[in-house]
Design a protein around this ligand. Structure first.
Ligand code: PLP
Length: 382
């Protein structure tokens, strides 16, 4: 076994979840998904595809009609995008891995904005690259980027800037001005930007999507944008995403797709076509429901003595702290054991998240959030 793999950290979210295994009284908010099922037309389209016998291998880059539909969808949200720059992948996390495999080798340096979903920072390590972490910092519960610090961390030696916005776990979102500064800087240093924008539609800032690098980049910029059907279309279990790349990177991406998954399942892609066809009907309603969940949870948290929480501008999570609870892995395990409340410890997202807890507020029944708040209140020792 390679040392780099042996040294990978285990998931601290799993560690907490394991403490609740076999208990059906636990209210679980630890994973990043809603408890709402995928919209019916999407399930129907996949079922019809299976009934037609679409059970064979298919194109490396995805069905041409799906690539086209993604290009139309992304062009409506951002700048015009050609279907030839879209690679359909078997999940957002494989889109990320594909980008990393294309760009990183042993000894390469990555600069990552943290805290962040741990898969992003583990993948470069798997490939033998090193990760330099630039931390967001909390101000009254809201997380902010020190742009100058990030700009000075990215040098001509930096192969990749890795940024996830809206961010999991903090909800922090890049501004347009910050994106412009980063893009201009990375053009000068020759650094690739890998932008994980899987939460772009889960945005509460009054526009259909959070600011995206696709709004400002030229088609030949060194930019890879990672997307997913998981979050905007309630399709976590379907494992489908896509990657937007410059034209010059497509041939390499095609080879890697062949050697990784070869292709995404056709019936899953048929579901995705239905999701995109219904996006205008479906996504705004989902975002409104999520915003109501966010407001209900954050208001409840802010009313609790000893709790610091702010309202995240995007994403599915409240990231908050409880006074005196600095070891949040131990605290999260205690909340499961004693109160039946399942939260993710902030340290799961790197040492910068220690002292914080992540609560996924995507709930079909907002009353579950109230119940969870009562359990948290009972578990806080002040
Ligand atoms: C920041 C971020 N990127 C990517 C993903 C991957 O999404 P999926 O692999 O389900 O498409 C997630 C899932 O939680 C995420 O939080």
């Amino acid at each position: 076994m390679r040392d780099a793999i042996r040294a990978l950290p285990g998931s601290r979210i799993r560690e907490v979840a394991n403490a609740g295994i076999g208990r059906d009284d636990v209210l679980a908010f630890w994973f990043g998904e809603s408890d709402e099922v995928t919209p019916e037309p999407v399930r129907q389209a996949a079922a019809e595809s299976l009934a037609r016998g679409e059970t064979f291998y298919s194109h490396n880059f995805g069905l041409p009609e799906l690539r086209q539909a993604i290009a139309v969808y992304a062009s409506a949200l951002h700048r015009p995008l050609e279907a030839g720059r879209v690679a359909v992948t078997s999940s957002g996390v494989s889109a990320l891995m594909l980008a990393m495999q294309m760009l990183l080798g042993s000894g390469d340096e990555v600069v990552a904005v943290v805290p962040v979903w741990p898969n992003l920072t583990a993948q470069p390590l798997i490939l033998g690259a090193s990760v330099r972490r630039v931390a967001l910092r909390p101000h009254a519960g809201a997380w902010r980027l020190d742009l100058q610090e990030l700009l000075s961390a990215v040098t001509p030696r930096t192969r990749m800037l890795l940024v996830n916005a809206p961010n999991n776990p903090t909800g922090w979102t890049l501004t347009r001005a910050e994106q412009e500064a980063l893009l201009a800087h990375c053009r000068r240093t020759g650094t690739w930007i890998v932008a994980d924008e899987v939460y772009e539609r889960i945005y509460f800032g009054g526009t259909p999507a959070a600011p995206s690098f696709l709004d400002i980049a030229a088609p030949d910029d060194r930019l890879a944008v990672v997307q997913s059907f998981s979050k905007s279309f309630l399709m976590t279990g379907w494992r489908l995403g896509w990657l937007v790349l410059p034209n010059g990177a497509m041939e390499a991406a095609g080879k890697l797709l062949e050697f990784n998954s070869s292709c995404a399942p056709v019936f899953v892609q048929r579901g995705a076509l239905a999701a995109l066809a219904g996006a205008d009907n479906f996504v705004p309603g989902l975002v409104a429901r999520l915003q109501a969940c966010r407001d209900r949870l954050v208001t409840g948290l802010q009313a609790m003595p000893g709790v610091t929480a702010s309202s995240p501008p995007g994403g599915l999570y409240a990231f908050f702290r409880v006074e005196g609870e600095d070891d949040t892995l131990a605290f999260a395990k205690r909340l499961v054991a004693e109160q039946g409340l399942g939260l993710a410890p902030g340290s799961a997202f790197g040492p910068e998240g220690e002292g914080w807890l992540r609560w996924c507020f995507a709930s079909r029944d907002p009353a579950r959030l109230d119940q969870g708040l009562q359990r948290l209140a009972a578990g806080i020792r002040l």
